[in-house]
Write a protein that binds this ligand. Structure first.
Ligand code: C2E
Ligand code: SIN
Ligand code: SIN
Ligand code: FE
Ligand code: FE
Length: 376
């Protein structure tokens, strides 16, 4: 890495304000921790006219400080007590070092490895709303002719850090909640599928098909991802279906079929009490994935756009997957026969728009079928 030597002028208060306003909206709306770290670092760098800025986060479990400084570059990691960042995290106080090479707290080895020349460092702790230190803001090399970080820089960066702490806390918390939700959902879904002898890959495939079908009919990335995470729970109600029916190695009687149909309502009842958007979506999917466009499905026999689009999408995904796989009661179908069924059921079982989407992304559908194939 080569040294950057472009000199800059000290920003006026107006410019400082503009910098903050320029970043604040983007930062407030960013839900991805890594992207947020990069934005916060960019804001810190501009605020104090530094050459570089890094926002470090403490990972207590793994005993490290980590950061992300640019898209496409791996996370950085240092020990909890390593370097000026580690020192600041331990001490919990802002520090300004304007002559790094004559300061015992600075470790010259880092420069040796990277070929960068560190002159000045401004570092300060980032606190969460309980006053716990959750990370460190670190700016390197003042780029104005003064070539020193000033107490004003420290105050500006402190201001940024106080805002940063709250923002990081809420995003990190949200991410943790969402990751936990996803884990719980896959575990639950796999439990359900194991009993019905459909392997865990069935739920993964249905998730992927649903995502791509949703994208094909114009869902945004976020909306399609929500469905991707909810779709694995479509058959969760099978958990409450007796073994004798669920695992019957043959065709169901009419009576058994009626019991089996309850898996939709059962799944809906299991999931519908949550206010979380993910579980709400999952309850809709569980309830409606066997409804048909022409009103001939179950459990309610609703039709057309009365059926939530999540239900219409997962209906296509679920049947596509069921047909392509061997079941205890049937052999796997060949692609030609599957395509013929979708053409025939366009506007009958399935939403015509979704059958069109199916044919539009047909290659992708079969690619997923291959990539997540069950090994017998
Ligand atoms: P599944 O095996 O995941 O099948 C999901 C849906 O795919 C079925 O919903 C049906 O719409 C479609 N499908 C699956 N196999 C075939 C097929 O050979 N031909 C046609 N035309 N469509 C097929 P459905 O029928 O409401 O069944 C719901 C669930 O009930 C099935 O989920 C399966 O777990 C169970 N099931 C249905 N029929 C039988 C059966 O004869 N024997 C056993 N053991 N289980 C059955
Ligand atoms: C979506 O775009 O997320 C589906 C629309 C709906 O929820 O009905
Ligand atoms: C929440 O955390 O309650 C909102 C997000 C969600 O519903 O999944
Ligand atoms: Fe089902
Ligand atoms: Fe299914």
């Amino acid at each position: 890495m080569e040294q950057e030597n472009r000199l800059k002028t000290e920003p006026s208060p107006q410019e400082t304000l503009r910098t903050i306003f320029g970043y604040i909206n983007k930062i407030a709306n960013e839900r991805d921790v890594e992207k947020l770290l990069i934005m916060l670092a960019d804001m810190g760098r501009d605020l104090v006219t530094a050459d570089r800025c890094t926002v470090w986060l403490i990972d207590e479990k793994r005993g490290v400080l980590w950061s992300k400084v640019a898209h496409g570059i791996d996370r950085l990691e240092v020990g909890l007590t390593q370097g000026i960042a580690g020192y600041t995290a331990q001490k919990g106080e802002p520090i300004i070092i304007n002559d790094a090479y004559n300061d015992p707290r600075f470790d010259k080895e880092v420069d040796k490895r990277t070929g960068y020349h560190t002159r000045n460092i401004l570092a300060l702790p980032i606190h969460d709303s309980n006053g716990q230190i959750i990370g460190v803001y670190q700016a390197i090399n003042k780029m104005t002719p003064a070539a020193k970080f000033s107490p004003t820089d420290r105050e500006h960066l402190l201001l940024a850090a106080s805002y940063t702490g709250r923002q990081l806390e809420s995003v990190a918390l949200q991410e943790e909640i969402e990751n936990t939700q996803k884990e719980i959902i896959f575990t639950l879904a796999e439990t359900g599928e194991m009993r019905s002898k459909e392997t865990g890959n069935h739920v993964k495939r249905v998730a992927e098909y649903s995502y791509h079908l949703a994208r094909a009919i114009g869902f945004s990335e976020d909306e399609a991802n929500l469905l991707r995470n909810a779709a694995p729970l479509h058959d969760i109600g099978k958990i409450a279906i007796p073994d004798a029916i669920l695992m019957k190695p043959g065709v169901l009687t009419d009576e058994e079929r009626e019991v089996m149909k309850n898996h939709t309502t059962l799944g809906y009842e299991m999931l519908s009490h949550s206010e979380r958007s993910l579980l709400k979506a999952a309850s809709t999917v569980a309830y409606q994935h066997h409804e048909k466009w022409n009103g001939g499905g179950y459990p309610r026999g609703i039709a057309g756009e009365q059926i939530h689009v999540y239900g219409r999408i997962t209906a296509v995904a679920d049947v596509f997957d069921a047909l392509g796989c061997e079941r205890v009661y049937k052999k796997a179908w060949l692609a030609e026969k599957i395509d013929a069924l979708f053409a025939e059921e366009r506007g009958e079982h399935f939403d015509p728009q979704l059958v069109d989407a199916y044919f539009q992304i047909r290659d992708k559908m079969y690619e997923i079928q291959r990539d997540y194939a069950d090994r017998m």
